[in-house]
Design a protein around this ligand. Structure first.
Ligand SMILES: [Zn+2]
Length: 221
């Protein structure tokens, strides 16, 4: 059984807009503070290694094995090495963690990634690695009441994934509902934490404040 955790804002050494447990090193926080926060999280989880991503709303999937850097250009990480924890950083996008039995995945699922099919591609990759009886966790993310987009974007995403629709009047996309629908097509049991990052003060939210930190979803075998 995999071990996983979603961090919050609390418990680290970052200050100001990034207080306290900011794990993103691309948002303007002090590099030393981010490193301390990452080290603290790794120690707390008793992991030998904790690998992060340079996320780009792209579709790159990287399998982490021995001799990897501790930060990788990708939007999804997979590992079958129990000494390695893999992390996804978010502040409104969905941090998606998947246990596939013999391997695990951490996936950055924003609007572009969801519409671009990163979830089915990760599930196919896990199946190809012998994964089975998969279970997924959807961490804190902006909810379908809060995520308003332009009418054009709304129409584009709903055309791809009808489950993201809420109402034609307000153009709010329900990304977690879309993710759950894609996971269900593969028979993946999914637990949704139902915490909205914009509404919950314990999480960073980019929509709430552009200069802000990132919390993490971490999973390991
Ligand atoms: Zn909300």
């Amino acid at each position: 059984m995999a071990k996983f955790l979603f961090s919050s804002k609390f418990g680290g050494v970052s200050a100001g807009d990034f207080a306290e447990l900011n794990l993103g090193n691309h948002v303007g926080d002090l590099p030393d503070a981010v490193l301390k926060n990452r080290t603290q999280l790794r120690s707390y989880l008793a992991l030998q290694h904790l690998v992060f991503m340079n996320q780009s709303h792209g579709s790159e999937i990287f399998t982490v094995e021995k001799n990897y850097p501790d930060q990788i250009d990708a939007d999804a990480l997979i590992t079958s090495d129990p000494s390695i924890g893999i992390a996804v950083l978010t502040a409104d996008c969905i941090p998606l963690l998947i246990d596939a039995g013999n391997c695990v995945a951490a996936v950055h699922v924003g609007r572009k990634g969801l519409a671009g099919g990163i979830i089915p591609r990760v599930l196919e990759a896990l199946i190809n690695k012998g994964g089975s009886q998969m279970k997924a966790w959807i961490g804190p993310a902006i909810c379908g009441k809060c995520y308003e987009v332009s009418p054009e974007i709304y129409a584009d995403v709903v055309r791809e994934i009808p489950e993201t629709a809420t109402s034609l009047e307000s153009h709010r996309l329900d990304l977690p509902a879309g993710a759950i629908a894609q996971l269900r097509e593969y028979g993946v049991a999914t637990e949704n934490f139902h915490r909205c990052t914009l509404e919950s003060p314990q999480y960073y939210s980019y929509r709430g404040q552009a200069r802000t930190g990132r919390f993490a979803g971490v999973i390991s075998l």
